[in-house]
Design a protein around this ligand. Sequence first.
Ligand SMILES: [Mg+2]
Length: 163
Amino acid sequence: MFKRFYPDFNFDSISNIGADFFAVNGIHFAVLDIDNTLVSYKTEYADERAKSFLSMLSGNGIKYAFVSNNHKGRVEKFAREFDAAFVSNAGKPFTFGIRHAMAKMGAKSGETVLIGDQIFTDIYAGKRTGIKTVMVNPIDAKETPFFSVKRYFERIVLKDYKG
Ligand SMILES: [Mg+2]
């Protein structure tokens, strides 16, 4: 029923995504959401979890780029220490930010995965771009009223997905 929102894969956390996942699925490029996917939205720089995931990617020859709807200051500060492209104000669920990042990496759609924590922005954008999608649980859910409503609809879609 909500198929266009279904992620192709689901993991609890980026820590659970191993090198084998990329090898088995023929993935050489990753488009990464930052807030609540790699780190808490409250965390300015990559922590141990994020760093070990990113170095696992590099170590396995997987190129990555950060694609965030957040503003340039936040994204640039986070991305600075990595040798990776980034796109801020990416406008997910629109696809232009993802396409831009893919162009910067020279990525082919069949070999690219998006990893994010939100169905209606990350996953939907990835699916519209025609790349594979991985959903992880948000690291630190921001409990504003608007966010709660969004989460409520996400739960409905996920229930249908796991059905
Ligand atoms: Mg996020």
